[in-house]
Unconditional design. Sequence first.
Length: 334
Amino acid sequence: MEKNNFRQLVNTPADLAAGFVQWYDGVLNKSGITWGIPAIDAVITPMRPGDLVGLVARPGHGKSSLMAYLARTEARRIVARGTQDKEVVVYVTWENSAEEIETFFLSDGTFSSSDVAWGRVPRDEIVRKMAKRAAFPLWIFGHSVARAGRPMPRMTLPAVLSAIETMEADYGKRPTLLLFDYIQLIPVTGMSGRAESVQEVPPLVKELAMRVGVPAVCGVQAARDVDDLRIKIPLPRHCQWASSIEQAADKLFGLWMPYKTEPTGAPPIEVAPGKSAPITETLLIMKNTKQRFDRANHTFALNFAPQYLRLEQMSSVTYSPPTGDESHGRRGEN
């Protein structure tokens, strides 16, 4: 790095006077990235440039599909603004191939991602959809089965940053939102142990988000001890190997799909004092466990169909539970 580049890290009072007003103009004139769900958007501040947002869940409880929902929702907003010639959403995956992630985005209510995985969708329908998909501003960074056997760089965060810079230089596109699936799989050069590596990742993702100037949403695996909770919503302390996400994140959300853990015939889940939600295959309980600059501990009962990326408000209930872990007692506790 050239010596003069270090000047970019120095913010003099004069720099701040001009830069902060410019930043606040963006707050006033740009809505930021929201969930598109009235109950959530009423109490959760929009995602702003440089924000780090973590979605914390046990395997199979909606991390990847909820990020895909956010990605497709923002891409549709780009189309509605008519800025798809210069703006895109970037979904970065270490867990799946680009083709596997693409199955999320193909579903539109007529068939699901499961239908695609089973090969139940007519080929002509896939060809028709992919022809339209080519103009949709949602890009995927990751390994592609179609490129198997070719030399590929290791997908570190510096490599992702270089890919973003390449995208801008070669295609004239800049991201408005970055999504990382998921944080425990992101490699860090020079780190030998997995736990040690994961601890380094959250501040590095936060730094990348600030450097690019967009929000970053990360999937975060929750540890197994969540399975022993009575109300199985992961808290910040449940992030597997990633306690640093508690400090680095601007917002954290715990996710729980009760039908995957509760026995048949289990009673409804209390989502607010005196208000319960019946357990169905589409019930998603989402709790905001951290929110910088505003109050957290809002809980939402949502209808979520991951196979269609369909998220709807089931209840406008939001509440702040008692301080501490009273609502997260172990099995058998009241």
